[in-house]
Design a protein around this ligand. Sequence first.
Ligand code: FES
Length: 414
Amino acid sequence: MAANASLYKSHKMASPHEIPNDLLINQCQIQKWNSEEVFVYVLNLTWILARTIFDLGLRYSGDMILAVLVILLIYSTYKAYFSPIVYIRNLTEIGFEHVPYLKGVDGAMHLTLAQKNRQLGYKIPSPYPNGWYAIAESYELKIGTVQTATALGLNFCVYRGEDGVARVVDAYCPHLGANLGIGGEVKGNCIECPFHQWRFDTEGKCIHIPDVENIPKGVSIKTWETMEVDGAVWIWYDAEGRPPMWKSPPHEDSKDYGYRGRNEFIISAHIRMSFLTNTEWNRTEDWHIAEMKIDQSYMMMSCDIFPFNVVVKQIGPAQVRLFFNSKLGPMVVYQSITPIGPMLLKVVHRVYSPSYIALFGAVMVYGEAYQTHVSSPPFVKPDKAVKAFRDWYSQFYSPNSKSMKDALQNPLEW
Ligand code: FES
C-alpha cells in the first residue's frame, strides 16, 4: 500500500484509483512478443537440438544404423509374408509428366488433350487382338462381391457366385441400362440389377422380375467366357465371335508359391509393343505361345555376383509368364496386358515365390514404355527379335478385328 501510494505520488495523481498512462504502456510492452527475441530463442533452441542429435548420432551411430536396418527388415518381412505389396503408377506419372498444368484443377482436361494430340502413327493394327484379357484381380473378388471393369473399350460387371466361380456379364442392364457392376447384388450364382431387381442366371437369362409372373422371352444379358489363372479373372475376346481357341492351365510348379504383391502401370502404348528388343523370340509347339530366354548377371569387379536367368512365355496377345531362376531360388511373375481403350494399357505384374525367398519375391519387376507405333520400322540387326515377335503376334488378328480408327470413334476419355 505504501509503495502504491508513493507511486501515485510520483505521478502526481489526483486519485489512487486512476492509473497513469505511461505505466499502462509499460505493462503492455512487457506482455507483447518481441520478434527479435523470439527469433533468437528459436535459433538457440534449434542449435541445442541439432547439437544434441549430432552428439547422440556420433556416439551411437552404429546402433542407430543397426536399428534402422532391423526396422526395415521387420517391415519388409511383414510386407512379404503378411501384407502383399501393391504398387500403382498412373498415366500422369508415366509418359505425360511433361504436360503443363497436369497437377492443376484442369489436370484431367490437359491429359485428355495431350492424349488426343499425340501422334499415333499410320497403318496401325487393331488395338484389340483376339485372346484372353485380365479384367479383375482374383484376391479382390471375394464370394458375393460385384465389381465393374473397363477393357477393350467395353464395360463389364464381374462377380463371384456362391459356388466360388468368377463370372462376367455386360455391365448394362437390358431393362433400362443400369450398371450392374455398381450396386448389383449376387443372388446365389445369379446377378441382380440394382434398379428394379431383374435377376440374370449364369447363362445371362433373365429368370426373375419382381411382381411379374411371365418373364418375356429372350430377355437376357451377354455373358463372357472366363478363366481364372495367374491371380486374375480373364475374359475371352474374339472379333469373329468364336469360342476360346485355348485356355491356359495353371502353372503347376508354382501352385505352392505365396503371393508377394503386384504392381500396376497405366501406360499409353499399343498392345503389340515389345519391351525386349535384343532377345530372340521362338515359336513353340503351341501356336499361341512364344518363348524367349534371358541370361542376366550382375558384375562387380569382374565377378558375376548374381547370375540369374529368365524364361519368358507369351501366351496369346495379353498374357505373359516370367520364370526367374537364381541361386536364391525360383520366382514367377505373371503379367497381364489389358487394353482399356485404344493406345491405353493396364499392365499388371503379380509376383509369387516360395516362402523361403519371400523377401526376394517382394522385389517388384516393372517396366515402363511410351511410344508411338511405326508400321514398317527400319529394323537393324539387334531389332530382329521385334520383327519376329510382330510376325508371330499378327496371328491374333482376324478380318473383323476392330480397326484403330473404329476404336477411336468412341474413345474413353481420360
Ligand atoms: S434397369 Fe435393371 S432392372 Fe431396371
